[in-house]
Ligand binder design. Structure first.
Ligand code: ACO
Length: 370
């Protein structure tokens, strides 16, 4: 019997994982070890990295080791710096990030997917984003600081000044809640590359390429641009009605899996209120009308607020320009990509090699008669 074709692999289970679980019907995101996202949202990114890679929140000694591992490997090597220097300052930020990580990995040599290598690529990803941002401004990358945590050092290298503690906390929450999300398209991409026996850096570079697509990583910037167009909370009603009357999509609403409010959006809404009150005021006004109208138009299919809606307010609140939003997503998600690849390879799973259905013409006559 023919195996049914599922466009976009919707509903097809292609892996088993204990890294994270999306319970869309109940609006829950569970991280490794059974932690609800709300339980760990206030943890440091270092703790989260340890949890996703080793399966438990670290004790004091383990946290010190993971923190040191991230810290020691945050410098970009010569190959990565040279690759970035060779790019135009107008290069797309995601193209630049992909190039820098590729060069960094090439100079390290072939690295099998292990938790230790995952820490190396996670450390480099944040520095690479900061470096791409500095390069675009024509500014040198400040040397990494060894007295700062992962997120604080990132902000220091990005802006070239002492990071503000409140901004560090806001961005750290963003990093923690976007660190993993089951088998997203970019995570699956990384897993496919890892399944072939390739190295971890190749898997991460491929994932960056997948995330770049506007249907995947680009929704945060789209939601931000949409809210900029509203022109203030008093225009929320007319804006939403206008978009929907033209069969447009309200960015930051709807999700393939969540049928309840995305738990990450709830957390980031609070952060956004503190980090960017102006954005938050417009976003809340639009959200009230959007949820009402989407529920009225699709009573059987809830399209609620998703993670991207408030994320742009958090990121702009800490000084990230919109065209770097997808890079930020990549920097936070690198550990999740790596954790899935390490898990898949450690289990000795098979190479991912699906089938396709032939819809071309019949075999050519000349060959048929041979
Ligand atoms: N605005 C308006 N209508 C919507 C929205 C929205 N944001 N989301 C869904 N709908 C409507 C669709 O028009 C469709 O209606 P129809 O059946 O009358 O044509 C119905 O709800 C179902 O929509 P689908 O596109 O079939 O739902 P799907 O699960 O395939 O898509 C998606 C989910 C792509 C996220 C969609 O909700 C969307 O386009 N949202 C806006 C973009 C966005 O915010 N993306 C980020 C998602 S989160 C993430 O990926 C990290």
């Amino acid at each position: 019997m023919d195996t049914p074709f599922r466009s976009g692999l919707e509903g097809v289970i292609v892996a088993e994982t204990e890294i994270s679980h999306v319970d869309g019907a109940n609006g829950r995101l569970i991280y490794r070890g059974g932690y609800h996202i709300e339980e760990v949202a206030d943890r440091s990114y270092e703790e989260l990295v340890h949890l996703l890679l080793y399966g438990r929140l670290p004790d004091w000694g383990e946290l010190a080791a993971t923190t040191a591992g991230l810290m020691k490997q945050r410098e970009l090597n010569d190959a990565a710096r040279a690759a970035l220097a060779g790019l135009s300052t107008s290069a797309d930020p995601m193209d630049a990030l992909r190039t820098v990580l590729s060069a960094q990995g090439a100079q390290r040599g072939v690295a099998q997917p292990t938790a230790a290598e995952a820490i190396a690529v996670t450390a480099a990803a944040a520095t690479a984003v900061a470096a791409c941002h500095r390069h675009r401004q024509g500014l040198p990358l400040p040397e990494a600081r060894m007295d700062l945590g992962h997120v604080a050092n990132f902000l220091y290298q990005l802006h070239g000044r002492e990071p503000d503690q409140a901004q560090v906390r806001w961005l750290e929450t963003y990093f923690v809640v976007t660190a993993d999300h089951a088998l997203s398209p970019s995570t699956f991409t990384a897993q496919i590359v890892g399944s072939t026996g390739s190295d971890l850096w190749s898997a991460i570079v491929a994932a960056v390429g997948a995330l770049k697509g506007p249907a995947h990583g680009g929704a945060t910037v789209e939601a931000t641009r949409m809210l900029e167009r509203v022109g203030g909370p008093e225009h929320a009603e007319s804006f939403v009605l206008d978009v929907l009357s033209h069969r447009g999509r309200l960015m930051g609403f709807g999700h393939r899996e969540y049928r309840r409010y995305d738990p990450r959006a709830r957390i980031l809404a609070d952060v956004c209120q503190a980090a960017n009150p102006g954005y938050h005021a417009v976003a809340r006004a639009v959200e009230d009308v959007a949820l009402r109208e989407l529920a009225r138009r699709h009573p059987d299919r809830p399209n609620l607020t998703n993670v991207d809606y408030f994320a742009g307010g958090v990121l702009s609140g800490v000084g990230i320009p919109p065209d770097f939003f997808t890079c930020m997503f990549a920097a936070a998600r690198t550990v999740g990509w790596a954790a899935h690849v390490v898990e898949y390879v450690a289990r000795g799973e098979r190479i991912v090699s699906p089938a396709s259905r032939w819809i071309g013409p019949d075999a050519r006559a000349a060959w048929r008669h041979q």
